[in-house]
Design a protein around this ligand. Structure first.
Ligand SMILES: NC(=O)c1ccc[n+]([C@@H]2O[C@H](COP(=O)([O-])OP(=O)(O)OC[C@H]3O[C@@H](n4cnc5c(N)ncnc54)[C@H](OP(=O)(O)O)[C@@H]3O)[C@@H](O)[C@H]2O)c1
Length: 361
């Protein structure tokens, strides 16, 4: 099959090889094989390509060279293992496998795939699984929001025009929450269209002057010093904040002693395993988490580090919201698989408004 592979870490232009003779993956008993029609680019792909998370991803069994990246898949099931009962050959599905989506075929656990929404294209669908499940884990699993309790709650979403942010804003509005979105001037119109109640243009306004007594903050930027030592160009989003601690800024707009929660998807956990190796990095991460959670508790706040979690039940709910038009994919640019270098380079400009999609035909 055709796949975009790297044999070493480095700049996109130096390391990507578009190969046409990579073996097609064989599904295990609990896996399905997808004829992959489209995928999308996530900042973590670019970061991992340049060396971020080697120790972490390798320990999870995803990170050894040569590697085919890609966290979003959409297409037809062409083979399945004997234990998969929820899906059939011929089903059109979408999923966020841990790796391997920059390829014509990709395998994923049957329990992690869901039927594709019927009303949108493969490319539109492939823009969603990884960012949607990242937002879902942070907002639902960690912050405890549900369709029944979100109404009227005040949530702040920075980096709101990016993949995770644009999905989070739409999900929260669908559930009746009051959403304050933070973005730069060029993204204000987009974020307003997504339905945000309050839009803060961080190039002109300090959100702390405008937002008070919020219930939840989802941090898509992180603390700058957590990424300063990293031998990679990945910095979370923290280079936007001019040396300030974005986590502290977000926490300052939350209600005290009233069940408010700060959730970050930009924790230093993976960066610490880069710096100190897997065991020591994880030990330091746990210590750091405990200290920060204790400080937040002292200030009357909940505190969580959140990580993407594969969840087919959530993908099923999200598919229904896409079919009803409650949530719409936000796509900036579309590339072909043989333009993967350009797609990565565009992601690295950090200018994407919504998602960068790659069609695989
Ligand atoms: N923990 C997890 O499991 C997990 C999973 C997925 C993603 N993440 C993290 O979540 C964050 C958001 O991911 P995403 O896919 O939503 O990002 P994204 O789509 O690449 O975000 C694009 C947006 O970032 C803003 N931006 C501009 N300059 C920036 C800069 N220097 N640094 C950071 N952002 C800048 C831009 O909006 P403005 O011009 O309006 O600023 C742009 O529209 C990333 O750090 C990613 O690694 C974590």
């Amino acid at each position: 099959m055709k796949a975009a592979q790297i044999n070493e870490y480095g700049a996109a232009r130096d390391v990507f090889r578009l190969l046409c003779d990579v073996p097609r993956p064989e599904p295990e008993a609990d896996e399905v094989l997808i004829r992959n029609r489209a995928t999308s680019i996530n900042p973590v792909d670019c970061a991992a390509r340049s060396g971020y998370g080697q120790n972490f991803f390798s320990r999870l069994g995803w990170g050894d060279l040569p590697m085919v990246f890609g966290r979003d898949a959409c297409g037809e099931i062409v083979a399945k293992g004997s234990e998969v009962e929820n899906l059939q050959i011929g089903d059109e599905v979408y999923a966020a496998p841990p790796i391997g989506c920059y390829a014509e075929f990709v395998k994923v656990k049957g329990a992690h795939a869901a039927l594709k929404p019927r009303n949108i294209s493969h490319a539109e669908t492939a823009s969603l699984p990884f960012i949607a499940l990242t937002a879902w884990t942070a907002l639902v699993t960690e912050a405890g929001l549900t369709p029944d309790n979100a109404r009227g709650k005040k949530i702040v979403v920075p980096r709101a025009a990016g993949g995770v942010g644009s999905f989070a804003v739409q999900l929260l509005k669908a559930w009746g929450a009051e959403v304050a979105a933070i973005c730069s001037t060029r993204n204000v119109a987009l974020v307003e269209r997504l339905g945000a109640d309050v839009v803060i243009d961080y190039t002109r306004q300090d959100f702390r002057d405008y937002l008070h007594d919020y219930d939840v903050a989802i941090d898509l930027i992180g603390r700058k010093s957590d990424f300063d030592e990293l031998d990679s160009d990945y910095k979370g989003g923290a280079e936007t904040t001019d040396g300030c601690n974005y986590d502290e800024q977000l926490m300052s707009v939350l209600k005290r002693d009233a069940g408010a929660v700060y959730v970050t998807v930009c924790s230093p956990k993976v960066a610490l395993t880069n710096q100190y190796g897997f065991e020591e990095g994880m030990r330091r991460a746990e210590l750091e988490y405990q200290q920060r959670a204790a400080a937040a508790k002292e200030a009357g706040l909940g505190y969580r580090w959140s990580f993407f979690n594969a969840d087919a039940a959530a993908l099923n709910e999200i598919a229904q919201m896409l079919e009803s038009g409650t949530i719409k994919p936000v796509i900036d640019r579309t590339y072909a698989l043989n333009e993967i270098v350009e797609a990565h380079e565009y992601c690295e400009t950090k200018q994407a408004q919504g998602k960068i999609v790659v069609e695989i035909e």
